[in-house]
Design a binder for this molecule. Structure first.
Ligand code: GDP
Length: 326
């Protein structure tokens, strides 16, 4: 108990080592580690929520790491503390299996007011969600006032990320074609800021065209917030142009949402969705652990597999077995 409390206190005091330890407990599948993590979180909850939470998504190679490095360096230079968490277990943010190009990110991550944490490999979708949300709270308690949640623009990960941030940035590549890069409309709809990266050298003109194309396309898309119409801009993470402006846009967006009351509502709704997500996960794991459910689950699964029992009836049977649940 003493050690747990002191770990929470060390995190509050800004100890990077304690923060890393806390997140390791969050990531652990061991029950006792999870219990430790829950206690730390409970303790730190009053000290969370004081950051601007930013999601950054885009296809592999679009320049997410380079952007985060350039954007993050700017934020640290103007006095912010920046934490970066990756939502995708296959992310190569740093320390992952693919390094090479990521060395710059490593330089960034070694700066004093920076904390970078890649996703653990092999994490499940549900695991990623829980871990990232909880790790974000720990980083906030440790004094990080800018949270960046990085995700690769594939699968369900960006929806997860969008559900836990205040602002969602989508990075795109300059493209000459009139087809909007085949980006699923759904992802574009999540974005509060669309950035056409690599607007430098030969690509500069094409990037400007892409910006115009997306501006036209987004006019007809209702954004996530009524007080904020998604903006489209070009930037170069390599030479840095357009990068500092992203921060200005985020501040402007935050002000608009706070003024309209949407900022608070949005966070409150995210908490509620989180509660139901946790409830669902807890009930499901307790159901699967329930001795009478376990006793009959194999035969019920067999019956469904062979077509002898309808899945809906099977679900009812399982719940009947589970009705002793308290
Ligand atoms: P990620 O997979 O989205 O994280 O992409 P990276 O940040 O690793 O970048 C992929 C490649 O694009 C690297 O070779 C970068 O140097 C390059 N790159 C990233 N941003 C820019 C940019 O703004 N301009 C140019 N020309 N290249 C860039």
């Amino acid at each position: 108990m003493v050690e747990r409390l002191s770990l929470a206190k060390q995190i509050l005091d800004g100890s990077r080592r304690a923060l890393a330890k806390g997140i390791t407990a969050i990531e652990s599948s061991r029950r006792d580690h999870r219990d430790t993590a829950d206690e730390i979180l409970q303790e730190l909850l009053p000290h969370t929520g004081n950051s601007i939470r930013i999601g950054i998504s885009g296809a592999p190679g679009v320049g997410k790491s380079t952007f985060i490095e350039s954007f993050g360096n700017h934020l640290v230079d103007i006095g912010h503390n920046v934490a970066v968490l990756a939502v995708d277990p296959s992310s190569v943010i740093t320390g992952g299996s693919i390094l090479g190009d990521k060395t710059r990110m490593q330089t960034f991550s070694s700066r004093e007011n920076v904390f970078v944490r890649p996703s653990p490999a092999g994490d499940t979708l549900g695991g990623v969600t829980r871990r990232t949300r909880e790790s974000m709270l720990l980083c906030e308690a440790a004094g990080f006032d800018v949270m960046i949640i990085e995700t690769v623009g594939v699968g369900q990960y960006e929806t997860i990320a969008a559900d836990m941030v205040d602002a969602f940035i989508l990075l795109l590549l300059p493209s000459a074609g009139d087809e909007l890069q085949g980006i699923k409309r759904g992802i574009t709809e999540l974005a509060d800021i669309v950035l056409v990266n690599k607007a430098d050298g030969d690509q500069k003109m094409i990037a400007e065209r892409t910006v115009q194309d997306y501006r036209s396309a987004l006019q007809f898309i209702k954004g996530r917030h009524s007080a904020w119409q998604p903006v489209v801009a070009a930037c170069s993470s390599l030479d840095g142009h357009g990068v500092t402006e992203v921060w200005d846009q985020l501040i402007e967006m935050q002000l608009a949402l706070k003024e309209s009351g949407e900022f608070e509502t949005h966070r409150a709704e995210q908490s509620l969705a989180w509660m139901w997500g946790e409830t669902t996960a807890l009930v499901l794991s307790d159901l699967k652990d329930d001795p009478s459910v376990r006793e009959s689950v194999i035969s019920i699964e067999k019956a469904v597999l062979s077509g002898a029992m309808h899945p809906k009836l099977a679900a009812r049977r399982l719940l009947e077995k589970f009705k002793g649940y308290t």
